[in-house]
Design a binder for this molecule. Structure first.
Ligand code: PDD
Length: 285
């Protein structure tokens, strides 16, 4: 069965889908996107993702391509037409199509593309600890906006893959981890505190991060929002990452140093477990 994409009002086979070469998303990376976990045919934390989409668009002064209610209908159609039970949905809004010019007029017609794919997430008990490498953070200063301009992230992830790692942690000029190339970064200290960087302009405010925070709070785990260094992570009890595609994934190696005994940490695994329960209960109809 061919995958179906939504492109500016039309549902078409993905291999036939295309956008204009004058789309500012193609020319300048002038657009924003969301990636959302689908579990049991439903989007996890749908409204939080749509809130972040509206925030990213607002910061770049791009109008919503359609109302939130209409967007929810397209989302459901794409999940259904592609027969997705477990997987990811991707949607992207660009500023629009015009002759190439850095400056843009105030009023443009935003372009919306949506795709979805089936993906199997390793169950809570089979997630293996992964390796991350560290790289300098080379991005612009508004990392809180989920823009499609992902070149530094792509370079970082490629370095990770070349080093046999799963993710790259980006490190700021002061030696602190900002986040992963497509995930948020966490550690657990030997005292059992969860540490993750606060959501300023420096990082993307991850939706999985937010959900995991709520789950951790329910379990009376202490969360401290502050920056940490790779050295502190290596010397701590656990490290893990969160994102729509990795959920909660334990980290066993940072560069070539094991985190604790290099195994999946119990806090990360418990949070991964709890995430699936939480999403099963809370996913939107
Ligand atoms: N990435 N930080 C960055 C730089 C990201 O790109 C992502 C998400 C996250 C985690 O956010 P969330 O929990 O909302 O997925 C943090 C998605 C999955 C991607 O680009 O594929």
């Amino acid at each position: 069965m061919s995958r179906i994409a939504y492109v500016n009002g039309r549902y078409i086979p993905q291999h036939q889908a295309g956008v204009s070469i004058d789309d500012r998303g193609y020319q300048f990376g002038d657009g924003v996107y969301e990636v959302v976990t689908i579990i049991n045919g439903r989007m996890a934390d749908e409204d939080w993702h749509l809130d972040r989409l509206e925030f990213s668009l607002g910061e770049l002064v791009i109008p919503m391509p359609m109302s939130r209610a209409a967007l929810k209908i397209v989302i459901r159609n794409i999940i259904r037409m592609n027969g997705i039970s477990t997987g990811l949905i991707y949607f992207q809004v660009t500023r629009g199509v015009m002759r190439r010019d850095h400056a843009f007029p105030a009023l443009m017609k935003p372009q919306l593309v949506m795709t979805a794919k089936t993906m199997k997430f390793p169950g809570p008990d089979s997630a293996r600890p992964v390796k991350v490498i560290t790289v300098p953070d080379q991005r612009w200063r508004r990392r809180d906006i989920k823009t499609t301009q992902l070149l530094p992230n792509c370079l970082a992830k490629t370095k990770a893959v070349e080093a046999g790692a799963y993710e790259a942690w980006m490190v700021d000029d002061d030696g602190y981890v900002t986040e992963g190339s497509s995930s948020n970064a966490w550690i657990v200290t030997k005292e059992g505190e969860l540490i993750t960087r606060p959501t300023t302009y420096d990082i993307l405010s991850g939706i999985t991060r937010k959900t995991v925070m709520a789950i951790a709070a329910e379990r009376n785990l202490k969360i401290v929002e502050r920056a940490f260094t790779p050295e502190e992570a290596i010397a701590g009890a656990e490290a893990f990452m969160t994102s729509a595609s990795s959920i909660v994934t334990p980290i066993g190696l940072i560069n070539d140093s094991p985190v604790a005994d290099g195994e999946a940490g119990p806090v990360a695994m418990a949070l991964r477990h709890a995430y699936f329960d939480h999403v099963g209960k809370n996913a939107a109809e």
